[in-house]
Design a protein around this ligand. Structure first.
Ligand code: 8YV
Length: 333
């Protein structure tokens, strides 16, 4: 009885997917929390029910919190604490207009995502997955001087699209691999950062694309970046170029990319994210010159626990009446 009344006095938090055990344990201690042990993504009907009863909703990239869902939110919903850095799954402007604060988890997945970007650059240029498949398929019959040749990355030019935290972390790694850094961003980064990276700023994305050997997409998906790599821009790339994306699929016209790769107009692509996730353009699936991963850029044990801790701090700070550290405001997007 005492326990029930204590639980009732705690804030109601609804979490849409299964989170790491230590994060869920802490949530149980702090909140009247509804967890999702099955990890089945919620249907939109279930999401509507969740926003009707929750004070705090903890969604992930697989939940689309659009204006239709927000219109059905109950009067108690005050915070959407996203488990993830990208917030393109949430209509932040509509949430704010309804007095619902939105937070995310920036910073803690930077290094892991940059590692995966580097892994995709190397795997695509050096045919790592193809090679592994040859061995596992028992087809390795011996070395040959002209077999399984990839492309050298040392000495090549990397064009980073979006020089935020993750773009900079990719650039730092790429320099150690002998790539020179070029980048396109809304504005140049601070001189101390660009000089440490010896990075060249290209105000014109078109001009940068025509000159680089490797492109890495590291910008968020917003209305301004939807299909930033359009069919027209992809055609500006040199035929030996490779494209890597660990950000959001929507930034690239996936069908145009698949067509160019199939026609040999681009050398390869390493993709961790897709325009219509989890659906992947069937043409891409058939190509030998692509490395396709299932959105696992931030998938480390440490990263997911850190993300959960960020969510906890954001909820706690907000419920204690302060501005949460990772509040997202539409002007930032
Ligand atoms: C997360 C991501 O796994 O944080 C992001 O923006 O893309 C991923 O690394 C996912 O968003 C969790 O919701």
């Amino acid at each position: 009885m005492a326990q029930t009344s204590m639980a009732q006095s705690k804030p109601k938090v609804v979490v849409t997917r299964k989170l790491p055990d230590p994060v869920e344990a802490r949530m149980r201690e702090l909140f009247d929390v509804e967890l999702n042990a099955s990890d089945e993504p919620l249907t939109s009907e279930q999401l509507i029910e969740a926003v009707q009863r929750a004070q705090v909703l903890v969604p992930t990239v697989t939940d689309r919190i659009d204006s239709r869902i927000l219109a059905r939110a109950g009067p108690d919903l005050k915070l959407i604490a996203n488990f993830g850095a990208g917030v393109d799954n949430i209509d932040v402007a509509t949430a704010n207009a309804r007095n619902i604060v939105v937070t995310n988890t920036p910073g803690v997945l930077t290094e892991d995502t940059a590692d995966m970007t580097m892994a995709l650059i190397l795997a695509t240029a050096r045919r790592v997955v193809e090679g592994a498949q040859v061995v596992q398929g028992h087809q390795f019959t011996g070395w040959s001087p002209t077999w399984m040749l990839g492309r050298r990355i040392w000495g090549k030019r990397l064009g980073v699209i979006g020089m935020g935290r993750i773009g900079q972390a990719v650039a730092r790694r790429a320099r150690a691999f002998g790539l020179t850094i070029h980048y396109h961003n809304r504005r140049p980064v601070q001189p101390a950062i660009s000089s440490a990276l010896e990075a060249t700023y290209w105000e014109s994305l078109d001009q940068m694309l025509a000159r680089v050997d490797v492109v890495s997409v590291n910008c968020p998906h917003t209305p301004a970046t939807f299909h930033l790599l359009s069919a027209r821009r992809l055609r500006l790339l040199q035929p030996h170029a490779i494209v890597v994306n660990t950000a959001r699929g929507e930034v690239i016209d996936e069908a145009a990319l698949a067509n160019m790769l199939a026609r040999g107009e681009l050398a390869g692509a390493g993709l961790d994210v897709y325009e219509h996730e989890p659906h992947i353009n069937p043409k891409l699936m058939k190509l030998p010159n692509v490395v396709l991963l299932p959105h696992m850029g931030s998938a480390t044990v440490e990263g997911r626990i850190d993300m959960g801790e960020k969510v906890l701090v954001n909820i706690k700070t907000f419920l204690d009446g302060h501005r949460p550290p990772d509040r997202v405001i539409p002007a930032m997007l």
